[in-house]
Design a protein around this ligand. Structure first.
Ligand SMILES: Cc1cc2nc3c(=O)[nH]c(=O)nc-3n(C[C@H](O)[C@H](O)[C@H](O)COP(=O)(O)OP(=O)(O)OC[C@H]3O[C@@H](n4cnc5c(N)ncnc54)[C@H](O)[C@@H]3O)c2cc1C
Length: 495
């Protein structure tokens, strides 16, 4: 019952619902217990909490009014896009509401001349490319969930994708935002032009996991489609060799648009699920995509082939047309969902390591998998060193879920020890906040919390995420805020 004023009347929920109803109308409010079930978790289904209500605003103004009401009543609120997040970022809070952005799904402006598109947060990622493709443009960040996930969710998670190796992740493609701050105020940050003066608050908001406000409008950069594209599929007996090829290709000075590895289990699952035609007997496959001017691609092809052969590729295919290329990628993008074909349950881990450490870390994950007696499928953005070990388990076997959690933690430890991080793109959310201390000390966390408190002194915006222990403003249930060392030294103030 965090954040709930002691003097709430017995009828407070009814009164609160009535006020929400006045702001949003009948279609904008979900309060029936059956319908609320759909919002009690994101794609990380291991955690679930039923919200008291879900609101479905249609405008920035409605969101602002809802948030002002939440502040008055001290009700926590959790922004939510499509709910495809894998770290429990959109997990509701006890006695809190969910603000679902799915009805704010309009593309507001397409400005081809300046290569900008302005969207509402509920626009699906893939719709942006669909909208500009006929003009010869596309939106580069392409999470594998791109046919479902929203731009608002991408902004909150700073999402990556298979083509982010060369073009950068979401933050490199967001130029401006409209945000409803946690006190209900509406602000515009950044704009259509690049490199604006002042602090990079847009950069701060991108990747802030829904803790600093609700994104209600996004100005995106779109880029020209490349003149030429070549996609390779190489099969290896050993996944370490596929990892070696990734380092080898970049060592040649080539930056592919994407380099993705899938191991034996992933290949098997994908072939069963969508008949991608991947070589069934391979220990791993590597997908490499070169894009750019024709001459550059033609010069790169022999170099890539050379590296693949040097690293013991036993079969190499080059997509002969767009259809085959799409099939190569379809397999990769279906890999998580395909795990259901080979395991009753799976847990997606997300860590990042220096690319050069791929062979070593993959070996260590393999050792851990054997120690725990749990299969681990590996499918990942190899070019970025962004691993996605998928732990295959059966939740109906006693103790297996807990064992999976421990193995997932040990895998992250391997990543951090190798000089990496506990998340590459899925965020910290609820799930990984316990691992944050492996990367940040208390002073680091206090500093981050100072930033957070300057946006949200009441601690109502997506509380319980990112920070490992409650640290407030007021998030500790009214406990006094402990001064940051900078404040104690009189060098800064908390507002
Ligand atoms: C099969 C599958 C494949 C995936 N592949 C990738 C991948 O390749 N790369 C990748 O990066 N991720 C991937 N993901 C994870 C997920 O799709 C991304 O994190 C995505 O950006 C989440 O978008 P969403 O709309 O579903 O957001 P949600 O899951 O609804 O929310 C995610 C976070 O964003 C916050 N949020 C949502 N909307 C807003 C808003 N308007 N304002 C402020 N905060 C907001 C929420 O509070 C939450 O903290 C994958 C997930 C699945 C299930």
């Amino acid at each position: 019952m965090r954040n709930q004023p002691a003097n709430k009347s017995i009828n407070w929920k009814n009164q609160f619902r009535e006020r929400l109803f006045q702001i949003l109308g009948k279609e904008g409010l979900i309060s029936s217990p059956d319908e609320l079930i759909a919002y009690e978790c994101d794609a990380l289904t291991a955690y679930s909490i039923k919200p008291i209500f879900v609101v479905l605003p249609r405008s920035t103004k409605e969101i602002s009014e809802v948030i002002q009401l939440c502040n008055k009543e001290k009700i926590p609120f959790v922004p939510r896009g499509a709910g495809t997040g894998l770290s429990g970022g959109a997990l509701p809070t006890e006695e809190g509401i969910v603000i679902s952005l799915t009805r704010m799904n309009r593309i507001l402006e397409i400005d081809i001349e300046n290569q900008r598109v302005i969207v509402e947060p509920g626009v699906i990622n893939a719709w942006v490319t669909d909208a500009v493709s006929s003009s010869g443009y596309y939106y580069a960040p392409d999470p594998s969930s791109q046919i479902v996930c929203t731009v608002g969710g991408n902004v909150a998670e700073n999402s990556g994708g298979v083509h982010c190796l060369k073009y950068g992740v979401t933050t490199n493609h967001v130029l401006g935002l409209e945000v409803v701050l946690p006190n209900g105020e509406i602000v515009e940050l950044g704009g259509k032009t690049a490199d604006r003066p002042g602090y990079d608050i847009v950069g701060l908001l991108v990747g802030s996991e829904g803790l600093l406000g609700i994104v209600t409008k996004v100005i995106l950069r779109i880029i020209r489609k490349p003149e030429s594209v070549k996609t390779f599929l190489a099969a290896f007996d050993k996944i370490e060799d596929a990892g070696g090829a990734v380092s080898g290709i970049t060592a040649k000075g080539i930056i592919p648009a994407g380099m993705e590895i899938m191991d034996y289990f992933s290949i098997k699952a994908v072939n069963m699920a969508i008949q991608a035609g991947y070589p069934d007997d391979a220990g791993a496959i590597l997908l490499v995509e070169l894009d750019g001017p024709i001459d550059e691609i033609e010069a790169g092809i022999p170099l890539v082939l050379e590296v693949l052969k040097e690293n013991n590729a036993k079969e190499i295919r080059i997509a002969k047309d767009d259809e085959e290329r799409a099939l190569f990628w379809k397999g990769r993008k279906s890999a998580f969902a395909a795990m259901g074909r080979i395991s009753p349950d799976y847990y997606v881990q997300d860590g990042v390591i220096p690319r050069s450490k791929l062979p070593q870390v993959l070996r260590e994950i393999n050792v851990l998998s054997k120690e725990y007696g749990l299969r681990v499928a590996n499918v990942f953005h190899a070019g970025d060193g962004n691993l996605h070990p998928l732990i295959l388990y059966n939740s109906s076997v006693t103790g297996e879920t807990e064992k999976t959690g421990e193995l997932a933690g040990d895998i992250l430890k391997v990543c951090v020890d190798a000089g990496g991080s506990i998340t590459g793109e899925h965020g910290v959310g609820y799930d990984k906040k316990r691992f944050i201390p492996s990367m940040f000390n208390e002073t680091d966390l206090d500093t981050m919390n100072l930033v957070r408190c300057s946006f949200d002194p009441n601690g109502l915006c997506n509380p319980g995420k990112l920070f490992p222990t409650p640290r407030t403003c007021v998030e500790q249930g009214g406990q006094a805020y402990e001064m940051h060392p900078i404040q104690k030294a009189g060098m800064g103030e908390m507002y």
